[in-house]
Structures are given as structure tokens and as C-alpha cells.
Design a protein around this ligand. Structure first.
Ligand code: ATP
Ligand code: FE2
Length: 324
């Protein structure tokens, strides 16, 4: 069985083709980029998705060297995400599934990140730290669900880095540039905000901006921002390990590219005698392969949908998980 999966929760439209053995045959995507200095406008992103959808479908089929007739299942990203974008994804998949008379299944975007991480690393039952632009969650499988043990109460760590980048005038996306500047920086104290198991990044972003205005060097601000924010993430992840007794950490999402964050988590895991895994870069970000693989996993577990619909506010722990 081969599944074609479509990611369309926010600015990325992705098409992935994956076999039931977990082989990724194609994973192509196109990301809507708002004009410099602007946030993402949902309607514009949705329009972008409509424009690129057919082209990406053809590109994926070509890359996978499969014909549409060989596809056995279609999966779409159901939520969480921006309603106009999710809707475009659903519409596209509904039409495709209808034309080809194939089963259609909606999957959760965040769980798709976890499952592809498990597929592509040796992690079996990890505490996952999912850190992307909009999302920051510490998740573990307990009692039939992927439960969120800690999360951001305001913005995601990726967006926090990008906001910092705007204040520093270093362009978008800022994560990789902040990482480079941090290598030459020294420590200054910045806010460290962990409330119970939850995190907040807006305070550290505003204080960093104030420091820059007062003349602290970009390097020092970037170094200290990373040290403070990543230590917060590591603290909450470690506490989730302690609470759940899990022996593996899985890092995923776009911010997983950061070597300093990897090092901190890896040291934490090593000191506990636990294992640390990072999702391979090509599957860390939003993409169709993640969605296609969760489609396969759900299908094998005989997950059935009463209705095909988008769920813009769906939470990771809303989903009944019967496959693990
Ligand atoms: P979401 O999945 O929440 O919709 P997204 O698609 O914006 O969000 P990703 O593509 O997973 O998120 O990640 C993008 C983020 O990763 C950006 O905020 C970017 O700054 C950050 N990022 C990329 N490389 C690095 C790096 N080396 N260090 C830190 N952050 C990084
Ligand atoms: Fe994502």
C-alpha cells in the first residue's frame, strides 16, 4: 500500500508519498513567504497552496516514480492550523480521493511530526520536544494519547527567534543567523520563564530587544537568548522524562537544526542514562511525508473518520491513539 499525504496547515504546502513499510518515495514542498517584515496572511497562504498544489502533485509522482493508479490511500493534515490553508488541503485531497475512489483520512500535524521521528530514528517511546515556528510542545504517549506535558503559553520558540531576528535586523528566518552570532557571544542575564511545566518566550524577546537598543552586542544577546531559552526547554523536557519514566528524548521541528539545543538535550539525556534522538532534517519541518506516514499508521490501526473535516484547533491530546 502506498499513501499520498498532503501538508497544508500553515505556510507550507507539501506532498509526500510513503509506502506501508515506511519508505519515503517522494517529499516535495513549496512554502509561502510573506513580504519582508510581514506575518503570514492566511488567505494569501491558502491562495499560494491552490496555485502550487497540482504542480507539486505531479512533481511528487515523478520523483516517486509511481502512477496515480498505484496510490492506495490519501491523507490530509486536519489540524491544528490556519483554517483557509487547512481547507485548501482538504479540498484538494477530497477531490483526488473522489476521482481515484480511494479512502481519505485526516491526521494531526503534531502527531505526524512524532511518528515520522519514530520512523526515521531508533526512538520507540520517546518524550518528544517539538519546536517549530508556531509550536513548542513536550509530548509523551501515556494512557492511550500523546499528552502534552509542557508547552509555550505565548509564542513558539521559532517565532521567538524570528522576532529577535527582526529586532536585530538580521532577516528571516533568524534561527540559523542567531546560532552563528551566538558563537561569538558572552553571557548576560535574560528572563528565564518556566511556570510549572509551561514556558513563555515573549518576556525574553522584549528584554533582548531592550538590551540591543541599549547597546549590548548582537553576539551577546544571541548567545544569552539561546542559553536561556534552550535551558528552559531542556528543563521542562527533563522533568517530563522524570514524570513519565521514559528513557528516550526525540527532538523535532525546524528549531531542531540548532546544534546548541541538540547539545543541551544530549547532555541532559546522557546524564540520566537515557537516549537522545534527532529527527533527520528533511522530515523535521512541515512536509507531506510526515502526513503520509501517519496516514499509513492510522490506516493500519483501522482509524475511521465519520466526516472529513478540518480541525483548526485540534490538540495533540484530542486524538485517540490506537496504534502504539
Ligand atoms: P509550524 O510547524 O509551527 O507551522 P514552521 O513551519 O514555521 O512552523 P519549521 O519549518 O518547523 O516551522 O521551523 C521554522 C523555524 O525554525 C523558524 O522559526 C526558524 O528560525 C527556525 N530555525 C531554523 N534553523 C534554525 C537553527 N539553526 N536554530 C534555531 N532555529 C532555527
Ligand atoms: Fe510543524
Amino acid at each position: 500500500m502506498i499513501c499520498l499525504g498532503v501538508e497544508a496547515t500553515a505556510h507550507t504546502f507539501g506532498v509526500g508519498i510513503v509506502t506501508d513499510k515506511g519508505k519515503v518515495l517522494a517529499n516535495v514542498l513549496d512554502t509561502y513567504r510573506p513580504p519582508e517584515g510581514w506575518g503570514i496572511e492566511p488567505m494569501k497562504a491558502a491562495q499560494h497552496h491552490e496555485e502550487v498544489a497540482e504542480k507539486l502533485l505531479q512533481k511528487a509522482l515523478k520523483e516517486a516514480k509511481v502512477d496515480l493508479s498505484e496510490i492506495g490511500l490519501i491523507a490530509y493534515s486536519q489540524g491544528p492550523g490556519l483554517p483557509p490553508c487547512l481547507y485548501k488541503g482538504l479540498e484538494f485531497c477530497k477531490k483526488l480521493a473522489g476521482d481515484l475512489k480511494l479512502p481519505l483520512i485526516g491526521v494531526n500535524h503534531c502527531i505526524a511530526h512524532i511518528e515520522i521521528g519514530k520512523l526515521t530514528t531508533k526512538a520507540r517511546d520517546p518524550v518528544t520536544l517539538y519546536v517549530s515556528g508556531a509550536n513548542t510542545q513536550v509530548i509523551a504517549f501515556v494512557g492511550g494519547k500523546y499528552r502534552i506535558f509542557g508547552e509555550t503559553q505565548d509564542i513558539g520558540i521559532g517565532n521567538a527567534l524570528d522576532k529577535l531576528g527582526r529586532d536585530l535586523g538580521i532577516g528571516f528566518p533568524a534561527g540559523p543567523k542567531v546560532e552563528q552570532l551566538a558563537k561569538k557571544g558572552k553571557w548576560i542575564e535574560l528572563p528565564y520563564v518556566v511556570k510549572g511545566m509551561d514556558l513563555s518566550f515573549s518576556g525574553i524577546v522584549s528584554e533582548a530587544a531592550r538590551r540591543v537598543k541599549k547597546g549590548t552586542s548582537k553576539e551577546d544577546v544571541c548567545f544569552s537568548f539561546q542559553e536561556s531559552a534552550f535551558a528552559m526547554l531542556t528543563e521542562v523536557t527533563e522533568r517530563a522524562m522524570a514524570h513519565t519514566g521514559k528513557k528516550e528524548v526525540l527532538l523535532t521541528g525546524g528549531v531542531a537544526a540548532n546544534q546548541r539545543l541538540r547539545d543541551m538535550l544530549s547532555i541532559m539525556a546522557k546524564e540520566r542514562g537515557d537516549k537522545f534522538y534527532v529527527c533527520p532534517k528533511e522530515y523535521c519541518g512541515d512536509c507531506g511525508a510526515n502526513i503520509a506516514w501517519l496516514g499509513i499508521v492510522s490506516h493500519k490501526a483501522e482509524v475511521k473518520e465519520k466526516e472529513h473535516e478540518i480541525k483548526p484547533r485540534q490538540r495533540t491530546d484530542d486524538v485517540e491513539v490506537t496504534w502504539t
